[in-house]
Design a protein around this ligand. Sequence first.
Ligand code: LMR
Length: 360
Amino acid sequence: MRVVALFSALVFGVATFASQAADPIIIKFSHVVAPDTPKGRAADYFKKLAEERSKGRVKVEVYPNSQLYKDREEMEALQIGAVQMLAPSLAKFGPLGVRSFELFDLPYVFPNKETLYRVMDGDIGKKLFGLLDAKGITGLGFWDNGFKQMSSNKPMHSVEDFKGMKMRIQSSKVLEAQMKALGANPQVMAFSEVYSALQQGVVDGTENPMSNLFTQKMHEVQKHLTLSDHGYLGYAVIVNKKFWDDLPADLRTTLDKAMKDTTVFERKIAQEENDEALAKVKAAGTTQVYTLPYKDRVVWQQALLPVHKEFEEKIGRDFIQAAYLTALQVEKEKAAKPAAPAKKDKPGPVKASKPAAEKK
Ligand code: LMR
């Protein structure tokens, strides 16, 4: 009897082990950009780390280029558990009802990446992720792409040049207000539809970091590009909360660490990818590249600043003030260092008004 029990335990054990080995936990990671972009490369890097470090207990299936879902659909797919992981741009959380993420869309609010990373990795980032709980979503990390540039079929040198232009935007009310402040007509559209909309003249232009513009071949259907760095595009890597909470604790720790390491990798390659993309667009010769001079950037900034005030309530005044103060702190630290000669090509941070607490 004991022998039989031992034998069946052994067989059962082997069978369980075999089925565990044969059935890894699947993480479907859907995204909308090309594999050779900062986000695309990072998704593949995370897959590698997660599979290696979990010793095959998880399998990450990466679906790039809106293969599975477009922007809006992928959020819904995550919430119902049809996919487990996404990295939507920070401009795409408004439709979920968490408008504070649109902080990152405010024009000219982040003068440099240092400020951005501090905001993402500090209290604001934590609070933003906290807002996702109620939506059945857990935030794992913030990834970078870069500052956005303007493209269209007409030159965009002065603010007046935008008058009446149809500009594709992501689903963010701040971006809508930004385009309106320039006198343009904003049109929300899924990323996967932008190339053909530009090609067919449904819209005149758009904004994106160079890596997205180049890998979607938008430069082939856009005659003009203005390097304006007027806004930012980054990502929140998110998972279905129930899926995440139900994972064995040790596996969750492994994946969390893999995500942290991927985030370091992603932020390191983001600028390189964008610099390379710009060089390739210049080499393609299809698009005239214009760098907005400092004096004109200041004019653009003046035209766009009212958008900050307009969104104080929706985003949260404390969030905006904290971003200003972080920018000032970074500037102060830079000034205190015996630095290399200051670059004159970018306007400084938006002048911070006093924090809410001091104003009362
Ligand atoms: C866009 O829709 O323009 C971008 O958010 C795409 C992306 O994910 O980088």
